[in-house]
Structure formats: C-alpha cells, structure tokens
Design a protein. Structure first.
Length: 294
C-alpha cells in the first residue's frame, strides 16, 4: 500500500478506536524490531495506510445520520465544518486542531459526536499547512510548525508558528463575528493543543475556553499572556504514560498559567494512557464543553 505520510500524533488514537487487532499485532512486532527514530517514521506510514479506511468509515457514518448536524467539507480551504441543522440554533463555536501529520479528518468524527450532544455548537476542523518537519527527517507533512526533537519542546524555535497563528486567528475571527469571542473555544490535540494555548493566551479577547489535549505551551519565551486571556477557562488533559509529549511538559504549562494568574483552569491526568485520548477523557471534555458553552 502506498499512501503519503499522514500522522504521528494521532496514531495511538487510530489504534485505540479503529484498528483491527491483526493490524495492531503487526504494528507492535514492527516497532519491536526498529530503532526509536525509525519507529517515528514508521508510525506515520502505518497510520496513513489506515487513513483512507478511517475517512471512508467516517463518511459512511455521517451519511447515515441525516438528522444529525450539517457537515460541509471545504476542499479549497482544507477544513471540515460541522454546524447545527438549524442555523438559528448556532450560538457557540469550537475550532478543533489536529496533531502533527494529521488532517481535519482526524477529530471530525469526535466533533460530530459532540455536535450531536451540543446542537447549538458549530465545530470547525482545519488542516495544517504542509511543510518539512525536521524531526521526521525533513519529510513534508501537515504541521502547524516545525518540530526538531523529542526534548524540551517549549525551548524550540517553532518555525512557521506565526503563520499558523494568523490562520487560526482568521478562523476564530470568522466564528466570533457570528457568536462573539466569549462563545468560541480553541481546542486541539498534541501540536493542535499547543496552538490552542499559543493563540488563545495571546489574543486580546476573553474566549469561551481553551482546550489542550496531550499538549504543551510552545516557544514560551515569546508568549505574552494578555489580561483578557487570564479570564479564559482552560482545560488541559494528559496521559501519564505519554512518551511523545511527556506529561511534565503539560505540567510546566500549567505552572506558567498559575504564575501568570489564570483564574479558571483544570488539569486532568489519566493513568495508563499514552499519546492518545480515551473514553474517560472524551467524557471529561464533553462535560467541560457543555459547561463553558451552556
């Protein structure tokens, strides 16, 4: 099978929810025989081999739910919009950003489930720009910014992050024009969660919320948290066994938020969870969104 490289950050999620057991067994055997750096590249390939099947299954699911939220795929803008059936119901929005190497499809299924539970919330899932990623040998893949190593991510220069920040701010402005900034949530997984923090903490508006799943605060030295952002509710969720983004990186971000004076924040840690999300975390996120976007 020949597919372009797609994802590293979302591979665990794909395995958890959708991968047939024989495929998982082959994956584990292959990883056991490979050096760590090779594993990173192989992870992207294995996820992408399964990516087309995931997209097809998702499309069939959405097609089988005619009474559910409206789904629009914008190929030109490379995003998926999941909106209330009745546009008059739309009173809140959530922009959900995927992790390194993934696409808008990565969390569209989860957002569709949330949109069903929260019929007044519109979900927007954008796809990151394609650029070379140093950590993956310079291969081009979707990334919100460049990642160089597996060490302290907060100290990296994150080339491309300012351009991605503009993209996210434009999406946020569009949603805010419809419902107001206080009714908008920035959310994301891994690199997408890092973008949520990076953009949401520096905007001169108080948002409905910021969600950072298995994430960290990038380029800390250049982040200037605004007075408005101190009032934004923030939810951090992290697996205790995360080998891709160590939970200590999430805790460091939490400490910075505390030092800055962020008023409303939560940090949820999950035992025996790696770089992925599980049912407990999904429920915590659903409950939190229900509360902040009530």
């Amino acid at each position: 099978q020949a597919f372009p490289l797609q994802s590293t950050a979302a591979v665990s999620i794909s395995i958890t929810f959708s991968t047939p057991l024989p495929f998982v067994s082959e994956l584990l055997l292959m990883f056991a025989a490979m050096p760590m750096r090779r594993c990173f590249a192989i992870t992207t390939s294995l996820h992408s081999n399964h990516h087309a099947w995931n997209v097809l299954r998702q499309q069939r699911f959405l097609a089988a739910s005619p009474a559910g939220p409206r789904v629009q795929v914008d190929q030109q803008r490379r995003l998926i919009e999941i909106s209330p059936v009745d546009s008059k119901q739309h009173s809140a929005s959530c922009i959900f950003m995927h992790g390194l190497g993934d696409t808008a499809n990565g969390f569209a299924g989860l957002c569709h489930a949330f949109a069903t539970d929260l019929p007044h919330v519109r979900f927007v899932c954008p796809t990151a720009p394609v650029a070379p990623v140093t950590l993956n040998g310079g291969m081009e893949m979707t990334s919100w910014y460049d990642v160089k190593g597996m060490g302290d991510r907060s100290l990296e220069s994150c080339e491309g992050i300012e351009q991605s920040k503009i993209i996210v701010e434009d999406l946020l402005r569009k949603e805010a024009d419809m419902v107001g900034y206080r009714r908008c949530v920035l959310a994301g997984f891994s690199q997408g969660g890092a973008m949520s923090l990076y953009v949401g903490l520096q905007i001169t508006e108080t948002l409905g919320g910021i969600v950072a799943l298995s994430a960290y605060l990038p380029r800390v030295s250049s982040v200037h948290i605004t007075a408005e952002a101190l009032q934004t509710p923030i939810l951090q969720c992290h697996g205790e066994d995360d080998a891709m983004v160590n939970i200590s990186a999430g805790r460091t971000a939490e400490s910075l938020l505390t030092s800055a004076g962020v008023v409303r924040k939560q940090f949820h840690a999950y035992e025996n969870l790696g770089h992925a999300v599980n049912d407990e975390e999904v429920q915590d996120l659903r409950d939190w969104l229900t509360e902040v976007l009530a």
